[in-house]
Design a protein around this ligand. Structure first.
Ligand SMILES: [Zn+2]
Length: 153
C-alpha cells in the first residue's frame, strides 16, 4: 500500500547529553498492548504543532498523545465505550488510527509545561489545522484528533 511508505520511516536516536532529538518517544504512540506504528509525517506534524504552541505562549508547551495506533480489536473496544460514528457516536469504523493506515493519526491534548494549564481544544485544533491534513476538535472530552490522510499517500 502506497499510503504506508512513511510507516516507521523515522530515525530512532538515543539521547546522550540530556537533550532529546525529538520531543516524542516511541512508546507515546503505542496501543495498550505495546504495538507501535508511526508514520514519518505524523511526527513531523506533531513537532510543528508543538513549535507553534511554544511560540504562541512564549514558553514550553507539551503535546500529550492520548491515543495513537489501534488494532481492529482496539477500535471495537473504544467504540463500545463511545459508539460508532455512523450510529451517532465518536468512533469511525475505518478509523485512521488503524494499522492499515500506517500510523497517520493521533489524538492529543496540550498543556503549558510550567503550570500544567490546559490549552483549549479550539486553540489546539486551529494550530493542528496548519500542520495536519484533517483535524476534528469537537469531542466532548476535549481532545483533538489529527491525521495526515492526504500527505501520507
Ligand atoms: Zn482520533
Amino acid at each position: 500500500m502506497e499510503i504506508q511508505q512513511g510507516r516507521n520511516d523515522i530515525y530512532l536516536t538515543l539521547s546522550r547529553d540530556g537533550k532529546p532529538p525529538s520531543h516524542f518517544k516511541l512508546r507515546e504512540f503505542e496501543n495498550s498492548g505495546g504495538l507501535v506504528m508511526v508514520h514519518r509525517s505524523t511526527l513531523e506534524s506533531l513537532e510543528a504543532v508543538r513549535a507553534d504552541l511554544c511560540a504562541q505562549y512564549g514558553e514550553e508547551v507539551q503535546v500529550i498523545i492520548t491515543d495513537g495506533i489501534r488494532t481492529q480489536e482496539d477500535n471495537e473496544r473504544i467504540a463500545e465505550k463511545y459508539g460508532w460514528a455512523d450510529e451517532g457516536g465518536a468512533v469511525a469504523r475505518m478509523s485512521k488510527h488503524l494499522t492499515a493506515y500506517g500510523g497517520i493519526a493521533v489524538d492529543i491534548t496540550a498543556r503549558v509545561a510550567r503550570t500544567g494549564a490546559r490549552i483549549s481544544q479550539r486553540t489546539l485544533g486551529d494550530i493542528c489545522r496548519r500542520h495536519f491534513d484533517f483535524v476534528k476538535d469537537d469531542y466532548r472530552d476535549g481532545h483533538v484528533h489529527a491525521d495526515n490522510r492526504n500527505r501520507a499517500r
